[in-house]
Design a protein around this ligand. Sequence first.
Ligand code: NCD
Length: 319
Amino acid sequence: MSIDTLDRSSPPRQWTHRHLLSLEALSAEEITLVLDTAAGFKEAARDARHKIPLLAGKTVANLFFENSTRTRTSFALAARRLGADTVDFSSSGSSLSKGETFIDTAKNIEAMGVDLVVVRHRTPGTPQLLAQNLGVSVVNAGDGPHEHPTQGLLDVLTIRDRLGRVAGLTVALVGDIQHSRTARSNLWALKRLGAHVILCGPATLVSKRWEELDVEVCHNLDEILPRCDVVNLLRIQFERQATAPFPSVREYAHLYAMNGERLARAKENILILAPGPINRGVEVTPDVADGPHSVILEQVTNGVAVRMAVLKLLLGGRS
Ligand code: NCD
């Protein structure tokens, strides 16, 4: 069976995982099952009038200990469009500030009859810790620089939708690879589905040691760009860095920003992705971010569909 066939067909009949903690742990078939399930939720993801009440009677709790716009909102919308109730927890204003431990807080939320917990935390491994301590399903919505599985899934769904396949494509992840959970989840999903992955950025943020994972590492965007079918532009995660990784943002932009001039030297149908938030003028210029090659907002819509698929598979709603 070719990798391309694997990418598209023969998904496993059943989803066997109780949690979604990483994409490193998923096979090509399991990733494909999520993508195919998400494809069926596209209408509902775009339009609240297409509610599919598969999860009526279930409750999803959003536990976000780091800032979020897209991920938090789309998990809430995904749950509601499947008929589930949602509850939102923010660390500020909670009893964590009164000395309650993280696990105790989570157990108390679980005790209120929650069926699934979505967690974002700056510490890698936090979702794993919750999965070990709670009796309900846990979804990782980003654990520090480690993984962001639903972002990886929505990125590959967007690529598959637009280009018809993932296998055989050359996909560059550009920017702060060192601190990007999006980069890691993309890397696993893309590799499982048979893409050629290039990691590109300053040497301070992209180590040659990544080559051990059978990916290409390059510090010169202009060198690799003509070969790329897809470029995923990753934000510089200043909040995760102790020291500045380059002398100034202007120098970074000069070498790595996707701008009109670079686009003109890329493949005619190149896709430009970015997980957001984008810093206009740093990793991408406005003309490119808002131009015809950009699928940045399509990614956001696909994010709702992917999260609906993940919730449905984990909570086992009727199909
Ligand atoms: C990403 C994240 O939080 O990891 N954003 C997102 O979830 N859409 C990427 C980022 O913050 O740069």
